[in-house]
Design a binder for this molecule. Structure first.
Ligand code: ZN
Length: 409
């Protein structure tokens, strides 16, 4: 017990120290973003670059404050002994009802974490987006979205709690293995069902009906060997003026989705977007991402089994407070592995850009697209290197432009 407990203490301390260092560096880069790379002024006006900086700063600060609040609460709750006292109180009040206490324990932790994040989410996705003229959403519509997504989160989290405690108690020694297997299956189910079950709760989708675009999609499909029949348009304009597109789904639910806000872009730029999404399709990025997620899941659940030992040894039923420890573990683990996840994502985006250029053979349109996207969405044209390394899922606009020009020469 003594030796085991000290190894776990070192692990938890190490995890918290790394997370703390990343959080401080992120906050510092957000508040003091440093000098602007003069190379961006070749493509964007100084005023636009200044605006991009100002617009990006607040969401970054809110993101890191949200993380610090949630992690801070859980660290205090778990390591300050409050989680144990709260669980004992619940057990006593429910007449030692185990599943009732597990559920009430989960419910209180979920409520605290959700309420801590609510003001930050509201400011970031409603107030800030309106201030910069991006949001087209009324306040009631925002709340309706918020309640829908929060209810979904609650249902999925509640199901996760019941399954995790069932697995813990059913397989006291090998629970982590079953946890990792179930997590992997969930990733696959989510990939298949998300586009057809979850996405339609928030948006309407219809096939593109513009013959110029459908003809172009057909051409690109023949060239790339990617069997895209339909490209879908999403009514993104009900929430935002921002422009985007994505590739999603697995198996029969694979699809390319364009924001309706993209349709006013020139045809050759839309073509570059569709070709980029076909790149994700051709290179099987969703599948690769899922396989990597499953492998990462096995590592994470094995580490969790080690880190959880002081709270759960496998003897007797898992105490309700174990849930708070599991939440803290995944919160910290996902946070500190952000650079790895994003490095993989940036590499996939680079590949999709390459495929796009091969398919369109039109570097001018590709470069113009990057410039128009960056302007329309007001990105940080010269983001701090640490923020890119830690948190960017895509290369910066300048990196993408340079790659297109380099390949076009
Ligand atoms: Zn992409």
């Amino acid at each position: 017990m003594e030796r085991g407990a000290s190894a776990q203490n070192v692990f938890w301390l190490g995890l918290m120290v790394i997370a703390g260092i990343f959080a401080v560096l992120y906050l510092r880069s957000s508040v003091f973003p440093g000098p602007i790379d003069p190379a961006v002024l070749k493509y964007f006006s100084p005023q636009l670059v200044k605006n991009g900086r100002a617009y990006s700063q607040v969401p970054r600060i809110l993101y890191i404050v949200g993380f610090l609040l949630q992690a801070g609460f859980l660290v205090w709750f778990v390591f300050g002994g409050c989680a144990r006292r709260w669980q004992d109180w619940l057990m006593a009040r429910t007449g030692q009802n185990y599943w009732g206490s597990v559920f009430l324990f989960f419910l209180t932790v979920w409520l605290v974490l959700t309420l801590l994040n609510l003001p930050l989410t509201f400011y970031n996705s409603y107030v800030w987006q309106h201030r910069w003229g991006f949001s087209t959403e009324s306040l009631p519509a925002w709340w309706s979205d918020y309640f829908k997504s929060t209810a979904l989160d609650f249902l999925l989290s509640a199901a996760a709690v019941l399954i995790v405690f069932w697995v813990l108690n059913r397989w006291p020694r090998t629970w982590w293995l079953f946890g990792a297997i179930l997590f992997g299956l969930w990733l696959i189910v989510q990939d298949v069902l998300w586009p057809v079950v979850v996405a339609p709760l928030f948006n309407h989708f219809r096939p593109v009906d513009n013959p110029a675009i459908t003809g172009m999609v057909h051409d690109l499909s023949l060239k790339s060997g990617v069997p895209v029949k339909d490209v879908l348009v999403m009514d993104a304009s009900r929430r935002t003026t921002k422009v985007n597109a994505y590739f999603t789904g697995l198996g029969k639910t694979k699809r390319i989705v364009l924001y309706d806000t993209l349709l006013k872009f020139p045809l050759d730029e839309i073509r570059a977007v569709v070709a980029h999404e076909m790149g994700h399709w051709q290179k099987r990025h969703v599948l690769i991402g899922t396989v990597l997620g499953i492998l990462g899941g096995f590592i994470a659940w094995r580490l969790l089994a080690f880190a959880l030992h002081p709270w759960y040894t496998g003897a007797g039923r898992a105490a309700p407070q174990v849930w708070a420890v599991i939440q803290l573990f995944f919160l910290l683990a996902l946070f500190v592995t952000n650079p790895v996840q994003n490095a993989i994502s940036r590499e996939m985006e680079r590949q999709a850009d390459q495929v796009s250029l091969q398919l369109t053979q039109d570097p001018q349109a590709e470069v113009r697209l990057q410039i128009d996207l960056a302007k329309q969405n007001l990105t940080d044209f010269s983001p701090p290197p640490f923020i890119v390394w830690f948190g960017y899922s895509h290369p910066t606009p300048l990196q993408r432009i340079k790659a297109m020009q380099g390949a076009g020469k």
